[in-house]
Write a protein that binds this ligand. Structure first.
Ligand SMILES: Cc1ncc(COP(=O)(O)O)c(C=O)c1O
Length: 399
């Protein structure tokens, strides 16, 4: 007899929403307002406005009953444009789809693209077997300095000048520190390359005005997911001040990469943009403070985080030192399983994320508690009740 779906969802929600301490850097928690909007009637509706590329036979929209959805989208795009410093679309239905839209909008078959290798923490999707393969592009890795966990800006600038790629993409799935965008921007200008920044992981920090401001620092395009450090529903954004790229983005959106853009998601994202406009700066500062503190506290209990000499991190992520984890007799996967038994959630790649605990208003004292719970769990003690109690004493902040 299959278990009842609403019952499974209720159990999931109760577990993840009231008991778990979530330290996954690719996830976040939604405000009650955003969650409610996701379940609105808009989840079952369509809108398709006419534009330069879509002709609805003279009608402004090929669907009826769209007036509120169209207003919500315009309002959300307007707030997002102010947050990111460029005209912004909320239509990409994920970070990956925003990437596809970027490639479709600026690259042609045979072009060269440069990005950070997945061996250096770059996004797997930019590997030659994935998105570049779809568009028949040549893919070259950007030089990376693993000792500083950052792009080697000098070598990257010279590689860009000699390879003259059509597109350079900054951004990583394993990201700790901001890049020297200016040096790379200057090289891209010389080489005639378009410079894009995939802020999927750090979008909440960018929106909060910390970490870095890709558009203001010289990037032509900003793309990203809206649900990692940015506390919105799962989705994506595409932002640019370049009119030709903006036009090409619109040409490539409807009926090429997407059709229905999920209007309940867009409404929920517009609400999350509003929350970030109001309180994003404090939230982003809290994340950076908590990352530095948790890095120190974990290292103090013998679970060393990488790059102590650089303050561990300027982002919402910490990277555990694999040797230090091995010394406790386990692996990243083993650590994840052990912690999950205690309602503390981390992924299996050695990343620890501070977005969600920061959104709950936790601060330095709680980072110390979390490190100590992790240490106890690693020693085989059951700390589930303590983890549940800590989680329950916090509600969502910055809304
Ligand atoms: C840097 C980067 N870009 C893009 C993506 C894809 O994002 P999404 O899961 O929203 O499609 C990810 C996913 O983890 C990522 O880390």
């Amino acid at each position: 007899m299959p278990r009842h779906i609403p019952d499974l969802v209720r159990q999931h929600d109760s577990w993840r929403y009231t008991k778990c301490i979530n330290l996954q850097p690719s996830e976040n928690i939604l405000s009650p307002a955003v969650r409610k909007i996701l379940g609105s009637d808009m989840a079952g509706r369509y809108t398709l406005r006419s534009n330069e590329f879509i002709d609805n036979g003279g009608a402004p929209n090929s669907y009826g009953g769209t007036r509120f959805m169209d207003e919500v989208e315009a309002e959300g795009a307007e707030i997002a444009s102010r947050l990111f410093g460029a005209q912004t679309s909320l239509k990409p239905i994920s970070g990956h789809i925003a990437s596809l839209l970027l490639f479709a909008s600026v690259c042609r078959k045979g072009d060269t693209v440069m990005s950070i290798s997945s061996m250096d923490g770059g996004y797997d999707g930019y590997g030659s077997a994935f998105i570049p393969d779809i568009f028949s592009l040549k893919s070259i890795d950007l030089p990376f300095d693993r000792t500083r966990w950052n792009i080697d800006a000098e070598k990257a600038a010279s590689a860009i000048r000699s390879n003259r790629p059509r597109l350079v993409i900054l951004g990583q799935s394993f990201i700790l520190f901001p890049y020297d965008v200016k040096a790379i921007h200057d090289a891209c200008s010389d080489a005639g390359s378009i410079l894009a920044y995939d802020a999927s992981h750090v979008l909440g920090l960018v929106a909060g005005g910390v970490f870095q401001r890709p558009i203001q620092e010289g990037c032509d395009v900003l793309i990203g997911s809206t649900h990692k450090s940015f506390p919105g529903p799962q989705g994506g954004i595409f932002a640019t001040n370049d009119e030709a790229i903006w036009k090409s983005f619109h040409r490539n959106t409807t009926w090429r990469i997407i059709d229905n853009a999920h209007w309940n998601r867009i409404a929920a994202l517009a609400q999350a943009m509003y929350e970030m406009k109001k309180n994003g700066r404090n939230y982003a500062h809290r994340i950076q403070m908590n990352s530095a503190e948790l890095g120190k506290q974990l290292s103090d209990i013998g679970l060393r985080c990488r790059f102590p000499e650089l303050g561990y991190s300027k982002s919402h992520q910490l990277h555990l030192d694999p040797e230090s984890v091995a010394r406790t007799g386990t692996t990243f996967g083993g650590l994840s399983a052990k912690l999950e038994d205690n309602d503390i959630i981390v992924d299996t790649t050695g990343r620890i994320g501070t977005s969600e605990v920061s959104r709950l208003g936790m601060g330095r004292p709680e980072m110390k508690k979390i490190a100590s719970l992790i240490g106890e769990a690693l020693q085989g003690r059951n700390v589930r009740a303590k983890a549940n109690k800590l989680r329950r004493s916090f509600v969502i902040h910055y809304i």
